[in-house]
Design a protein around this ligand. Structure first.
Ligand SMILES: *Cc1c(COP(=O)(O)O)cnc(C)c1O
Length: 347
């Protein structure tokens, strides 16, 4: 496994932009900063942010027992995923593999970067189809995206299938763990040191309740993070985002409490949905949403909208015919959803 061989040639050769704050980065000392053409009058955001987000990384490294140089932060997961394409996938030559039904951004980013996306549909029980995946791999396959727990199905992929892919595939394996905090399964973070081709992405958008600040996290070997660091926009995570993230990460207890409430709400909603007569199937979920098969998804979607409830119609995705994806809300919101669904039983 040689990461060096996977990097695009132009990326390997390029020099990164050296920002003022890269060249002098000691924030601790009382210095007079006349190097970045900032406005000197203090208002809280008049200075450029720390390009390496050291304070945020320091907390994340402690929470996850990982070194700071194994972390890369971005403007949402979408940015760190895009950086992966840019660093490793040669436009019009390389390809990636994704496993539909899954998160739509992988395909969007592949298209944006002119990279072929080889879609290998999940098995009927929403697991990776190992035979088909390994058959789809060729010399130009750079990345396989595994979303676990998967969006929109909600299930996690089996450990065996993930290990098999990590061992057999000679490119990069990205495990998107956007929903890992809702799962009883362990993150793959502690396996980072065992697999040089493993990349894990997480986000503050879901369990941490901070979709509005846009903070995506990538964990990988420092060999990989240093390449991504070289090409990322210098000030990609703004001052306000860093401050808010630090505040929230320090209150880990309240995050845990919210997660536990949402997991309880999910168990309850799961049971209650079984009582709705047009619900055909409810899929087990390790995430903060449930995929529900109904008699007629478009019809039920519209009926819910008319009653002021917005869910996601996933019907047009492979294997998701007549499926709605329902995010777990507060107890009150879930009750309203359930009462509305029951009132529609004869409609
Ligand atoms: C919501 C979600 C994300 C989060 O994206 P952000 O850009 O960090 O908000 C990432 N991956 C999956 C699968 C998601 O569902």
């Amino acid at each position: 496994m040689n990461i060096e061989n996977l990097i695009r040639k132009n990326i390997k050769q390029m020099k990164s932009y050296s920002s003022a704050r890269d060249e002098f980065e000691d924030f601790e000392k009382e210095m007079i900063f006349l190097d970045a053409n900032e406005n000197p009058f203090e208002n809280g955001v008049n200075r450029y942010p720390d390009p390496q987000q050291k304070s945020v990384k320091s907390i994340l490294s402690k929470i996850n027992n990982i070194t700071e140089d194994q972390i890369l932060l971005g403007n949402g997961s979408d940015e760190v995923l895009d950086l992966l394409f840019r660093a490793f996938c040669e436009p019009r030559q390389d390809n990636v593999i994704t496993l539909p039904p899954t998160y739509g951004m992988y395909d969007v980013l592949a298209n944006l970067n002119a990279i072929e996306n080889r879609e290998v549909i999940l098995t009927k029980d929403f697991q990776p189809d190992l035979v088909q995946i390994l058959e789809a791999v060729d010399q130009k396959t750079k990345i396989i995206f595994l979303c676990s727990p998967n969006n929109p199905t909600g299930n996690s992929f089996s450990d065996e299938s993930i290990v098999t892919l990590l061992q057999k595939f000679k490119g990069l394996i990205v495990i998107d763990e956007a929903y890992i905090d809702f799962s009883d399964k362990e993150s793959w973070l502690q396996e980072l040191n065992d697999y040089p081709n493993l990349i894990i992405t997480q986000t503050l958008s879901k369990a941490y309740g901070m979709a509005g600040i846009r903070l995506g996290i990538l964990y990988a070997s420092k060999e990989i993070t240093s390449i991504l660091n070289k090409i990322k926009p210098p000030y990609n995570v703004n001052v306000l985002t860093q401050l808010k993230a630090i505040e929230r990460l320090k209150k880990n207890d309240s995050v845990k409490k919210e997660i536990s409430v949402l997991k309880g709400n999910k168990e309850l909603l799961f049971k209650q949905l079984l009582e709705v007569n047009f619900v055909v199937k409810i899929y087990e979920s390790d995430a903060n949403f449930i995929l529900v098969k109904v008699d007629d998804a478009s019809k039920r979607y519209k009926q819910l909208l008319e009653q002021g409830i917005v869910v996601r119609n996933r019907s047009n995705q492979t294997l998701c015919e007549n499926c709605l994806r329902i995010t777990i809300g507060t107890a009150d919101e879930n009750n309203k959803l359930l009462n509305t669904l029951k009132s529609l039983q004869n409609a």
